[in-house]
Design a protein around this ligand. Structure first.
Ligand code: PLP
Length: 457
């Protein structure tokens, strides 16, 4: 098969599609550290998590021994609406760069929500429905996750309450209206609907909100409303498990043509898309069956891996969620000036954090003007208008391809193209008008963020 000509797009047949999600933790030698109760500092049990999350999702969250989870038929049926996602051989980009490298990308933007987040949204909504719940709550920043969840809930006839950071609610009305089209209720956060929202508004009248605050509101409503639970779009290991469908499909498509990537690149916000893309490849590397280079790409404004600390930290600003051991900038760290809303999170998925700490994965941070320049170069030759988040991976894929041009090496590069950028045209506008600035936090600002880390022992 190895000599077969590689088509521009590789699609899997229905019979070749993954039927299982892969739980990478089962094959890790050093397991990620457990979630801790923020008050007692003891590992969280299923009973501790049950009031907040759906039972089956709690089981998945705490499970670091079961390697494969059968994907329920109802979820496979939903996946059929927009999967398989194509694996594209970037012939046009290769030609433009004049590189001997072979570039592939896994494109997850081909659904209405415009990103990979739908892969986990449908799974989380499915388990909520199966448990007989009435609805779910969540937070959203720029709106990608809220949109994906609204679509999944509409499909399963589940209520969906989204707390949207107020500044985005006001400045990004389009995503808000997509969510409402799919039947979700969207509330600007902080709101007067919750105790925590009232408290924050009393202390900071006129605040435009933050993701951390919206999380606290969504969790409060989930725990106080009968028949409701809270769901989260990234960071957690259950989300990475669902996102393994990205990597499994990509690997199956490459295997079909006898292609083996040398370098695998993804952008890292909370880490779920990158974790999902690399999962089956990393599993092989850990077992010693193959070797790959993995590169996480993050914005220079929010450099959790490259400048953060590996420590237990709060997952939210309100400090109500469990403590997770991860690469973090501190839950009080507020990243300035990045137009990649999906990459603004202070911490990182705990599994990826462990892999990075074990030296199994690399990370780089890139300034946003270079990211948008790469996005534009990519759009002009490959046609797809990429999301700013995804363009972090494009930037580093191009850098690696240009290195191959210098050395003459014919490396095979795979990167994750997580979504489209149609709702990010204000950011593109700034870039085109030369008004985009690169903000890199000072050492002092980082130290301030670290001062929020909980004192352990
Ligand atoms: C949310 C989002 C990301 C970040 O994904 P994580 O899985 O949290 O790292 C990347 N790209 C797009 C398009 C997104 O919407």
């Amino acid at each position: 098969m190895a000599n077969k000509e590689i088509p521009y797009k590789i699609y899997l047949e229905e019979s070749e599609m993954p039927k299982y999600w892969y739980n990478l933790r089962a094959d890790m030698i050093n397991k990620p550290a457990p979630l801790l109760d923020p008050k007692t500092r003891k590992p969280m049990t299923a009973e501790d998590l049950a009031p907040v999350f759906c039972d089956e999702l709690v089981k998945q969250e705490l499970d670091d021994t079961t390697a494969y989870y059968e994907i329920p038929q109802e979820i496979l049926d939903f996946y059929k609406m927009y999967r398989p996602a194509p694996l594209v051989r970037a012939y046009c980009l290769e030609k433009k760069l004049q590189t001997p490298a072979k570039i592939y990308y896994k494109y997850e933007g081909g659904n209405t929500s415009g990103s990979h987040k739908l892969n986990s949204a449908i799974a989380q909504a499915y388990y909520a429905k199966k448990q007989g719940l009435k609805g779910v709550t969540t937070e959203t920043g720029a709106g990608q996750w809220g949109t994906a969840l609204a679509m999944a809930c509409a499909y399963l006839d589940l209520e969906c309450k989204v707390y949207m950071v107020k500044v985005s609610y006001e400045q990004k009305p389009f995503r808000r209206e997509v969510m409402r089209t799919y039947g979700a209720s969207v509330t600007p956060s902080p709101s007067m609907e919750t105790e925590v929202g009232k408290k924050i508004l009393a202390e900071h009248p006129g605040t435009t909100g933050s993701l951390g605050c919206a999380i606290s509101e969504a969790v409060e409503v989930a725990t106080k409303t009968p028949g409701y639970r809270y769901v989260l779009g990234s960071v957690l290991n259950q989300v990475m498990l669902h996102q393994s469908v990205i990597g499994l499909e990509a690997k199956a498509a490459m295997d079909k043509y006898g292609v083996k990537p040398d370098i695998i690149i993804g952008c890292a916000g909370g880490g779920s898309n990158l974790g999902g893309l690399i999962a089956p490849f990393m599993g092989e590397k850990i077992k010693g069956n193959a070797d790959y280079r993995f590169i996480a790409v993050e914005p220079a404004t929010c450099p959790s891996f490259t400048r953060g600390k590996y420590a237990y930290d709060y997952c939210d600003t309100g400090m109500v969620c469990p403590l997770s051991k991860m690469y973090t900038l501190g839950s009080g760290f507020i990243p300035a000036g990045t137009h990649s809303g999906g990459l603004r999170y202070h911490g990182m998925n705990s599994t990826l954090s462990q892999l990075y700490d074990d030296g199994l994965m690399e990370a780089v941070s890139v300034p946003q003007t270079e990211v948008f320049a790469a996005a534009e170069e990519f759009a002009r030759v490959e046609g797809i208008l990429p999301a700013p988040e995804s363009s972090h991976a494009i930037k580093v894929a191009i850098d690696e391809a240009l290195k191959c041009k210098e050395t003459g090496e014919e490396k095979t590069i795979l990167f994750g193209l997580t979504g489209t950028g149609y709702f990010d045209m204000m950011a593109y506008e700034k870039f085109h008008d030369g008004k985009m600035v690169d903000y890199i936090p000072t050492e002092e600002e980082l130290q301030k963020g670290f001062s929020y880390l909980p004192k352990m022992d």
